[in-house]
Design a protein. Structure first.
Length: 68
């Protein structure tokens, strides 16, 4: 699922993000959403989130599994 729409992302969801430092290469990092940082309903580059793992921050490229 696409990570450009805020309502699609839930706390605890497993997502694939691109960290700021990895934007030139597009390298992705997987983790679980701790906080949703983007307030607008959509963002063309992906919704910005903080991951539970080491508080890494990046933009969601893909939602791998939403929390149930």
């Amino acid at each position: 699922m696409d990570g450009k729409t805020r309502r699609n992302i839930q706390i605890g969801a497993l997502v694939s993000i691109v960290l700021k430092k990895d934007q030139p290469t597009g390298k992705r990092t997987e983790g679980h959403v701790k906080r949703i940082l983007t307030h607008s309903p959509t963002h063309p580059h992906g919704i910005k989130v903080m991951l539970e793992e080491d508080d890494m921050v990046g933009r969601v490229q893909e939602i791998l599994k939403n929390s149930d």
